[in-house]
Design a protein. Structure first.
Length: 362
């Protein structure tokens, strides 16, 4: 069942303007009900997910998408759903072509994890102009339409540093493990970490390494410099904690406070090694795709939705480590358990100018 198109435009007649505002989410729920027949529950929707590239984190996201879409299919809200992974290595050109092919299938909802936050803006706006309900995931994209559902990279930088500083009581030598230098996420991530470190005069950055948010790369980089390093209290930054610990072990040195990946293999390593020094895990949330689905459904009802839905990241601590080790397979990443209720609460909070809260562990 195809629902009413969503476009940002100015009509000639007042009634058309009011309808356009309600449908774009610029009017409140009451106005939407007046125009849309009491905000009826969407049904029979076709939903497509376009993914820029595939890695372990994205595979968890896709699994969460398919599981939730299947649930919605059993209730009649969704009639069909599909996932299309763009070929090549994160090519915006290839993904743009893929999105145009999906548009020919006339989906009600198009969810896009973009290969580029800038190069894909034109095709996103094409999809909106075709009347498709577009939701952009895991990217800070500046468009004239669609809703962005994402984590905040600056907040990720903070969440990947503050627990380490607290664990070492705000003093000691550290190595900063950077991500993909030059990328937008890493710039925001690193900038926030440098702002925080400026407030800790007793913390000395002994070195920076480029670990590429990858455990094996982080291990190699740390091994290359560790012989010349003083006692290192912590290695905060872009995950890679398992590789960092292995680098210190190979040098016969005690493991510092590290930031583990949130996949089952890394968390099991953390538990099995008995590391209890304040180490933690922090990463963007593949579960955001479930929240994005309920954001799209809210738009279909004509409800007010923020243009930028910023959600909390996933954080694993010593206190909830056992839960995640039991819950995850080796290659699966931890994900916040978003559902319709928790997504609605997040939308309400954001519209009120307050931060969204992560759902409680199941």
């Amino acid at each position: 069942m195809k629902f009413t198109t969503r476009r940002r435009h100015v009509g000639v007649f007042t009634a058309l303007v009011a309808t356009a505002l309600a449908l774009s989410g610029c009017a409140g729920p009451g106005a939407a009900e007046d125009q849309n027949g009491d905000g009826a529950e969407p049904e029979g929707l076709s939903v497509a997910l376009s993914n820029g590239f595939v890695n372990g984190w994205r595979l968890t996201l896709i699994d969460k998408f398919e599981s939730e879409a299947e649930k919605l299919k059993t209730t009649g809200v969704v009639s069909e759903y599909s996932v299309v992974n763009a070929p090549g290595e994160n090519s915006a050109t290839e993904q743009a072509s893929q999105i145009r092919s999906l548009m020919l299938q006339n989906p009600d909802v198009l969810m896009v994890i973009p290969a580029s936050s800038t190069a894909l803006v034109p095709v996103i706006e094409e999809a909106c102009s075709a009347g498709i309900n577009v939701v952009i995931l895991d990217a800070d994209m500046d468009t004239s339409c669609g809703v962005v559902v994402r984590n905040d990279y600056g907040q990720w930088g903070e969440d990947s540093l503050m627990p380490a500083l607290e664990a070492i009581d705000g003093a000691g030598d550290i190595i900063v493990n950077r991500g993909v230098i030059g990328s937008q996420p890493e710039e925001q991530f690193h900038e926030r970490q440098m702002e925080i470190l400026a407030e800790y005069p007793d913390v000395e950055v002994a070195a920076e390494v480029n670990g590429f948010c990858d455990s094996a790369t982080a291990q190699k980089e740390i091994v290359g410099i560790l012989g010349s390093m003083p006692d290192i209290a912590a290695v905060p930054g872009c995950i890679g904690g398992m590789g960092v610990v292995q680098a210190f072990e190979s040098a016969g040195r005690e493991a510092p406070v590290v930031v583990f990946d949130t996949d089952g293999k890394s968390l099991s390593f953390w538990k099995e090694r008995g590391i209890d020094n304040g180490s933690f895990a922090a990463l963007t949330d593949p579960g955001q795709v479930v929240a994005a689905m309920y954001v799209a459904l809210a738009k279909e009802r004509g409800e007010e939705v923020p243009e930028d839905v910023v959600l909390p990241l996933v954080q694993v601590t010593q206190d909830n480590l056992d839960y995640w080790v039991d819950a995850l397979s080796a290659d699966e990443y931890a994900a916040n358990a978003w559902d319709e209720e928790s997504t609605g609460a997040a939308i309400t909070a954001l519209l009120a100018g307050e931060p969204a809260e992560a759902p409680a562990l199941p």
